[in-house]
Ligand binder design. Structure first.
Ligand code: GLN
Length: 540
C-alpha cells in the first residue's frame, strides 16, 4: 500500500442494464494497478437473495465462486481475471446480506430502544461493508460497483450510502464514475445524448454529481457530442469517455487508457500519477487474442447453451488458453438435451475437443453422458468439469465396467450402482443457501498424469461447488479397467481428478478450474486441453 489512507471509487450505471459496469470497473482497476497502486473491486447487488448461489443461471448468468467459498456475482470473475486479485465474501454484498446482518443485530439488542430504519441503519451497514475493505489496509483504492440502474427503487439505499460516504470522506478522496448508453437512431443516423442527461439528473436528484462519464456506444462519438454531454452533465470534457464495442473485452483497459481515464481518475482522487503505466503484457495478450495463428473447434456441451453468460468463466478460460497457444478457440455450444446416440457423430464429429459442463439436476444428463461416450470411444480430447466429470465416471461405469443403471444419486436416488454419491458431510443437509462444498481445497496429483504434467507441480488448490462426489467403493474397479484417480484430496481421500491414461487427453475434475484462470495466468488444464485439441486437429 502506497497511500496513507485508502481512496474510494464508485461506479454506477444509468439508462439500461448490461452496459458492462463490471468490465469498466475491472478496467479502471487494471489501469490503477499498472500505475503501481493496490486495488480491489467490490460489487453491491440490490437484490434480496443473500447471494446468487440459489439463482438459476438464466436469472443472472454464472454463479462465480471465490477462494474463501463465497458464491458470488459473475462480475467478480471479471475482477479476478483482469487484475489477478483474489476476492472474498467482502467483495460481494447484496441487499439480503445487509438486511440479514441488521436484523440479527436488532435481535441481539444492538439498537435497543431505537426504531430500526433504512436511514441510518441500513445505510450505515452498507457504508460499513464498503469501508471494511479499506480498513484491511491492503488496498490504496477500493472500487465499488453498484449493481442495477440509477432510478431503481431497490438501489436507492446504496446510492444514498454513496452520497453520505462522499460527503464524509471528502470529495477528493472519492470519485464517482457513471456509465450510460448513447443510443443510435438508425432512421435519422443520430446518436442521442438525452437518456444520459436524464440519468445524470436522476443521480443529481439523489445528491450525487458524477466526476467521470463513460458512454457506451456502437458508433464513435464526436468531440462535439462529448462537449455537449459535458456541458449538460457538469463534468469536464476530458472526463467524458467513449466506451465503444471492442472485439475483446480485454481491450477495454487499453481503450480507456488512450482517453487518459487513469490520469483523470488519479487527478480526481488527488493522488500522484508519477508512474507511467506498464501495459505491455496486456497489449501483447490482446494482440494474441486478436491475431491468432490458427483456430480450433471445441464443443461445450451443457444445458444452458442459450445463455453464454451461464458459462462465463469457462468461455473466458478458453480465451486465456487460446492466447497461450496462439490459437483461437471457436466454442460451439451444444445443447445436451439434444444429444443422443443417434446424432452424437453429427453434432460432435467435427470437433477437436469436447468439454462437458458443470450443472445440476436431471435435465440434459443423458446427452452429457452420450457426449462423454463419443469422446472416449473416438479418442477425442475430453475435459469434464464437476458434473461433467461425474458424467465421465457414470459413462465409464455403464459402458466399460458394465454396471447397468450406474448413476449419480443426485438424479437417480435408487440406482443399483451409486458411482457418484452424496458426500458424507452433506447427508442431513437440507438448507440450500451456501451449503455445498465450496471454495478452495487442496488436491494432490499423481505423478505422470496429464494433470500433473499440465500444472507442473504436485499439489494444487482449486475451487469447488458441489454436493456429490466419486464413490471410493468403486475406485479399485475403475482403476483396474483403465480410469484412474489422478488427483486426490490429501486430507479426505476424495477423488478430485479422473483420467483415462490410454486416451489422448481425457481429464475430469470435480473442482472448477475455470474460476482461477486469469489473463496473467491462464489455467494450465485449459492450456493443456487446447494444446491437445490442436494436436488432434493436426493429426486428423
Ligand atoms: N450437481 C453436481 C453436484 O452437486 C455437480 C455440481 C456442479 O457441476 N457444479 O455434485
Amino acid at each position: 500500500m502506497k497511500l496513507s489512507k485508502p481512496k474510494y471509487i464508485f461506479v454506477t450505471g444509468g439508462v439500461a442494464s448490461s452496459l458492462g459496469k463490471g468490465i469498466i470497473s475491472a478496467s479502471i482497476a487494471r489501469l490503477l494497478q499498472a500505475r503501481g497502486y493496490t486495488v480491489t473491486i467490490q460489487k453491491l447487488d440490490p437484490y434480496i437473495n443473500i447471494d446468487p448461489g440459489t439463482l438459476n443461471p438464466y436469472e443472472h448468468g454464472e454463479c462465480y465462486v471465490t477462494e474463501d467459498g463465497t458464491e458470488t456475482d459473475l462480475d467478480l470473475g471479471h475482477y479476478e481475471r483482469f487484475t489477478s486479485i483474489t476476492t472474498t465474501h467482502a467483495n460481494n454484498v447484496t441487499t439480503g446480506k445487509i438486511y440479514k446482518s441488521v436484523i440479527e443485530k436488532e435481535r441481539k439488542g444492538e439498537y435497543l430502544g431505537k426504531t430500526v430504519q433504512v436511514i441510518p441503519h441500513i445505510t450505515d451497514e452498507i457504508k460499513r461493508c464498503i469501508q471494511f475493505l479499506g480498513q484491511t489496509k491492503q488496498y490504496d483504492i477500493i472500487i465499488t460497483e453498484i449493481g442495477g440502474t440509477v432510478g431503481d427503487i431497490e438501489s436507492l439505499p446504496f446510492i444514498e450510502s454513496v452520497r453520505q460516504l462522499r460527503y464524509q470522506l471528502g470529495y477528493r478522496n472519492t470519485a464517482l464514475v457513471h456509465l450510460t448508453l448513447i443510443p443510435y437512431m438508425a432512421a435519422s443516423g443520430e446518436l442521442k445524448t438525452k437518456p444520459t442527461q436524464h440519468s445524470v439528473k436522476a443521480l443529481l436528484e439523489n445528491g450525487l454529481q458524477p466526476d467521470i462519464l463513460v458512454l457506451r456506444t456502437e458508433h464513435p462519438l464526436t468531440k462535439e457530442l462529448r462537449r455537449k454531454v459535458a456541458l449538460f452533465c457538469n463534468v469536464d470534457p476530458e472526463a467524458v469517455m467513449e466506451s465503444i464495442d471492442v472485439p475483446t473485452i480485454y481491450e477495454c483497459p487499453l481503450r480507456m487508457h488512450e482517453q487518459h481515464l487513469d490520469d483523470v481518475v488519479l487527478e480526481k482522487l488527488n493522488i500522484p500519477a508519477d508512474q507511467e503505466p506498464d501495459l505491455e503484457s496486456l497489449r501483447s495478450f490482446v494482440d494474441k487474442v486478436k491475431h491468432p495463428s490458427s483456430t480450433v473447434d471445441i464443443a461445450l456441451v451443457g444445458k444452458y447453451t442459450e445463455l453464454p453468460d451461464a458459462y462465463k468463466s469457462i468461455c473466458e478460460s478458453f480465451i486465456h488458453a487460446g492466447a497461450a497457444n496462439d490459437c483461437k478457440v471457436r466454442l460451439h455450444y451444444v445443447n445436451s438435451e439434444k444429444v443422443n446416440a443417434g446424432n452424437a457423430a453429427e453434432l460432435l464429429g467435427k470437433m477437436s475437443g469436447i468439454l462437458v459442463a458443470p450443472g445440476f439436476g436431471n435435465r440434459g444428463i443423458d446427452g452429457k453422458i452420450e457426449a462423454v461416450r463419443y469422446a472416449r470411444e473416438n479418442n477425442i480430447p475430453f475435459f469434464g468439469i464437476c458434473l461433467g466429470m461425474q458424467c465421465a465416471v457414470i459413462e465409464f461405469a455403464r459402458n466399460v465396467l458394465g454396471l447397468e443403471g450406474a448413476a449419480s444419486v443426485e438424479t437417480e436416488p435408487s440406482t443399483p450402482y451409486p458411482v457418484i454419491d452424496l458426500m458424507e458431510e452433506q447427508k442431513g443437509v437440507t438448507a440450500k443457501g451456501g451449503t455445498m462444498r465450496l471454495g478452495g481445497y487442496p488436491c494432490t496429483l499423481v505423478k505422470g498424469s496429464h494433470a500433473a504434467e499440465a500444472y507442473g507441480k504436485q499439489t494444487v488448490v482449486e475451487r469447488h461447488r458441489h454436493r456429490y462426489e466419486f464413490n471410493n467403493d468403486y475406485l479399485e474397479r475403475f482403476e483396474a479397467a483403465g480410469m484412474r484417480a489422478a488427483g486426490l484430496n490429501p486430507d479426505t481421500g476424495l477423488v478430485e481428478v479422473v483420467e483415462i491414461p490410454s486416451h489422448r487427453w481425457f481429464v475430469g475434475t470435480q473442482y472448477h478450474p475455470e474460476y482461477k484462470s486469469t489473463v496473467r495466468t491462464p489455467h494450465p488444464l485449459f492450456t493443456s486441453f487446447v494444446a491437445a485439441a490442436m494436436a488432434y486437429r493436426d493429426s486428423k
